[in-house]
Write a protein that binds this ligand. Structure first.
Ligand code: FEO
Length: 393
């Protein structure tokens, strides 16, 4: 294992999690990385560590340039264990190293590890000299935990952004342009939608500070380092934090005997005829973490379920739980479904969308038994009406 030089005397020394397929409920078919960065200066400094089972990989990479025992500072930008899981192992080798963290970081690390480690708490805006270089710490609470902090190295214009701007991608490449904008944007969007989505207001505050900094590199703690697409990813974060979306639709549904699916297809047809691109996501074949990026991208969100045991199907319940937690705003919604004798699913889905503050310009579609041809024509016309509403907004 080798350290990878990113500038003279600054190295990537992280761990690559090739086999990760589920990150606390978020499907990660491409794996991930936990990025640690080593700065060789008068004070040797490590920015963040890695998940516990990749600790030896991180130590081997560090050891390829310097003994881990020489480390003076370990910056813990964030308490979560994918970045602190190897702190204990590292401190066995470098017991004199100080852990630089935010006040909430110290509380969280003490609570989690129950160790009397040598902490040095830093306030937002505080700087620490390493010798030739310095680090400035900026607290970014709730991006995405209360303890979250980013670290800026002004002499080389590098932002160590921890979870912000991350992507869950395991790769041999280390830089954005090696994998390309459209691929990396998609992965960054999936990451934002699943991890950062509820905290748009806090992201905006953090971006206001980031935008004032000259940036040559953004070094996140997951995935690829941004060097060629910095302006683009910062602009995308601004859009996502503002809950902006495209004039697109996503239809998310489940079906029992096919009636709700017929409605979904008619809605798709009507929207397409009005020129709205449509993504269709069946809840039995798509994981919730793969659907939420479509909500991030789409202004129009249509939810469909038949009524089952006086409510929606359990798959829709799981999706709505996920959706409510991530709190997308400024969407236009429509609920649809079929029923045999009661029919509560549509109003219950509408209640969730209303609670999220979404606009519901049209009444939900709730059809008894199997929709006939005439009803499906009416459904299609309703979709066209919805598309026209969206375009005239
Ligand atoms: Fe990558 Fe919030 O940890």
């Amino acid at each position: 294992m080798k350290a990878i030089s990113i500038t003279p005397n600054i190295y990537w020394v992280g761990g690559i999690d090739w086999d990760l397929r589920n990150f606390h409920g978020y499907l990660t078919p491409l794996g991930s990385t936990y990025n640690s960065y080593l700065i060789l200066d008068e004070k040797v400094t490590l920015i963040d560590t890695v998940k516990h089972y990749l600790g030896e990989e991180m130590l081997a990479r560090i050891s390829s340039v310097i003994s881990p025992s020489k480390i003076d500072y370990i910056v813990a930008n964030h308490v979560e264990m994918d970045h602190t899981g190897s702190l204990g192992r590292l401190l066995q080798l470098a017991p004199q190293a100080k852990i630089i963290t935010s006040p909430m970081g110290e509380k969280g690390l003490r609570r989690h590890f129950k160790q009397d480690w040598p902490f040095q708490v830093v306030q937002s805006g505080e700087s620490l000299s390493l010798g030739q270089r310095s680090l400035t710490f900026v607290h970014v609470p709730m991006v995405h935990w209360p303890d979250s902090m980013v670290t800026y190295l002004p002499e080389e214009e590098i932002l160590f952004s921890n979870d912000a701007f991350g992507q869950h991608v395991a790769s041999a490449e280390r830089y954005d342009d090696e994998l390309g904008w459209s691929f990396l944007r998609r992965e960054a969007a999936k990451y934002y939608a699943n991890i950062v989505y509820p905290f748009g207001a806090q992201v905006k505050k953090a971006l206001a500070q980031v935008k004032q900094l000259p940036l040559k590199l953004i070094c996140p703690s997951h995935g690829l380092i941004w060097r060629s697409f910095i302006d683009r990813i910062v602009a995308e974060y601004s859009r996502w934090a503002d809950h902006e979306a495209e004039e697109k639709a996503v239809i998310i549904y489940d079906t029992m005997w096919g009636s709700t699916e017929k409605i979904a297809r008619s809605l798709q047809s009507g929207l397409e005829e009005e020129g709205i691109p449509v993504v269709v996501r069946h809840l039995k074949t798509n994981h919730v973490s793969d659907i939420i990026p479509d909500v991030l991208e789409s202004r129009l969100v249509l939810l469909g379920s038949p009524t089952f045991n006086n409510s929606y199907l359990p798959t829709m319940g799981a999706w709505l739980t996920y959706l409510k937690g991530l709190r997308p705003q400024q969407r236009v919604g429509l609920a649809f479904g079929s029923f045999g004798w009661s029919g509560q699913a549509v109003s219950e889905m509408e209640a969730v969308m209303k609670a999220l503050g979404w606009e519901l310009p049209l009444a939900g579609i709730n059809l008894k038994y199997i929709p006939d041809e005439e009803e499906l024509v009416q459904v299609k016309e309703k979709a066209r009406e919805l598309a026209r509403y969206l375009k005239n907004k």
